[in-house]
Design a protein around this ligand. Structure first.
Ligand code: HEC
Ligand code: HEC
Length: 327
């Protein structure tokens, strides 16, 4: 035993020595590099309940209404009342009832969560495209739709955290989620007889949905071995030089493929059907350009298409040409 300890000890002394040598050469062996202040600022967007993290800027209910109509109403309804995606207004006082309606107005305990959520995740799928003042304005408008703020309210980093949410005292930690002996969230009784024998799956996402949405998952694994990184950079440079604009790639990059396929209906119409429908229409380029830029509704069914606000005009032009060529 004593001998074993001695061997271990000398091995670790040796390792420490090797490490010390390596350290004097490069302070951090090839394990990434220190993030710059600017990079950290880019990621550091969280807003805390006391308002810490809120940026400069301000927005009114009236300004919020204009942006909301353009960028949010298609999915959340003109008055935040659409259940098609997520309802944003109403339901206050219903949480403890047998038919709770959970909206940001009825469920949130702090208004800063509303700001943070819109800022980081909306408008789907163009997250992080809004300026701080636009997010203040949208927060004000949504709180107004919930009758929490008056129509002349203006929000900024000082006034937002002071908004009193109806459910501010409604949060508890007194349940099973937080404590092993807490009260469970569910009240069902376990089935003991005549139970379902097997579960049948009755619907599923279209094939390839996950891959289209998240791309190649292996790209998310960071590879820090320098020779591999160098090889990848060379390969990347080679492909990005030789690649021509490719419609099939572009609709993937812009996430159109979440809702569209070339030859089958997904959430939106197939591009073949779009090309067919407009083939004899002399206004087709202008119409489709407008639908992509500003959103579309009512032509293909009840589901609207959100405005694709992060596309440059010449990219929209290329997409329209490509879509109209689908046969
Ligand atoms: C293309 C449809 C779409 C558009 C456009 C859209 N949203 Fe959403 N929104 C969603 C979906 C879907 C969710 C739910 C996401 C989830 O639960 O993962 C959501 C969630 C939210 C929530 C959180 C709701 C909750 O109960 O927690 C807020 C707030 C919100 N959106 C605000 C906005 C605002 C403001 C805009 C406009 C700038 C906007 N959304 C545009 C689809 C959309
Ligand atoms: C969130 C789902 C969604 C996304 C993302 C989406 N679309 Fe759509 N798209 C739809 C729906 C739904 C319709 C049908 C709207 C209607 O009935 O007018 C549609 C319709 C269209 C039309 C036909 C418009 C018309 O006036 O007839 C074109 C062209 C189109 N989309 C192109 C695109 C392109 C290009 C992208 C990506 C930059 C894209 N879409 C992203 C859901 C989506």
């Amino acid at each position: 035993m004593r001998k074993f300890i001695a061997v271990c000890a000398s091995a670790s002394v040796l390792l420490a020595a090797v490490y010390a040598v390596a350290q004097t050469k490069t302070p951090h062996p090839p394990l990434g590099k220190r993030a710059t202040d600017e990079q950290i600022r880019f990621w550091d967007i969280d807003v805390r309940p006391d308002g810490q993290g809120l940026p400069e800027g301000q927005g009114s209910v009236a300004e919020g209404e204009v942006i909301y109509e353009q960028q949010c109403a298609v999915c959340h309804g003109t008055f935040g009342d659409s259940e098609e995606y997520v309802q944003l207004a109403g339901g206050i006082g219903t949480l403890a009832s047998s038919a709770p309606i959970r909206t940001v107005g009825s469920k949130l305990d702090t208004p800063t969560t509303l700001y943070d959520y819109i800022n980081r995740a909306m408008p789907f799928p163009n997250a992080k495209s809004l300026t701080p003042s636009e997010v203040y304005a949208l927060s004000a408008y949504i709180l107004n739709l919930n009758d929490i703020l008056p129509a002349d309210a203006v929000l900024d980093k000082d006034s937002l955290p002071k908004v009193q949410m109806p459910n501010r005292d409604g949060y508890t930690t007194d349940h099973g989620f937080m404590r092993i002996d807490g009260k469970p969230d569910v009240n069902n009784t376990a089935c003991m007889k005549n139970c379902e024998k097997s579960v049948e799956i009755t619907s599923q996402l279209p094939a390839g949905f996950t891959e289209q949405f998240y791309g190649d998952i292996s790209d998310n694994f960071r590879d820090y071995r320098p020779e591999r990184v160098a090889a990848r950079m060379v390969a990347h440079a080679a492909t990005s030089q030789s690649v021509q604009w490719d419609g099939a790639k572009a609709i993937e990059t812009h996430l159109c493929t979440v809702c569209h396929a070339s030859d089958q209906k997904v959430i939106g119409p197939s591009y073949k059907d779009v090309a067919k429908r407009y083939s004899a229409d002399p206004e087709r380029v202008a119409k489709l350009r407008n639908s992509i830029k500003n959103g579309a509704s009512g032509t293909w069914g009840i589901i609207p298409m959100p405005a694709q606000t992060n596309l440059a005009d010449d990219e929209i032009e290329r997409l329209v040409t490509w879509i109209l060529e689908q046969k």
